[in-house]
Ligand binder design. Sequence first.
Ligand code: ZN
Length: 122
Amino acid sequence: MAEDSEDYHDDTALRWYLNAYYPHLFSDEERCVIAIAVLRNKQSHRETPIDHAKDDIESYINGSDRIRQIIEGDIESYLDDAARRIISQKREDVFINRCPACQRIVRTPVAKQCLWCGHDWH
Ligand SMILES: [Zn+2]
């Protein structure tokens, strides 16, 4: 079954993909911010008790004013910049698997089927 293509955002898909398959290309600071973003996301979906998430977030911040500043600012654009930096600096290390039919980023680097448009290139 195809996913709802209305939900597709290339920046978000790219970030998710890089984080899932190329986590080593992010800096320690970026990985830390990503971990906090994931926790916040879980928190907003109520998958994690709020107090838990707060403690976990504090442990990631670990007294760093820089991290606190980033997460209190525009965390989304910080992460988009991180993804763009990786794509421009490490282009040869990264394989972005895009669907040949709709050009969306597919689920994994080895996927041969697009969950967005249903195209199959086996
Ligand atoms: Zn597709």
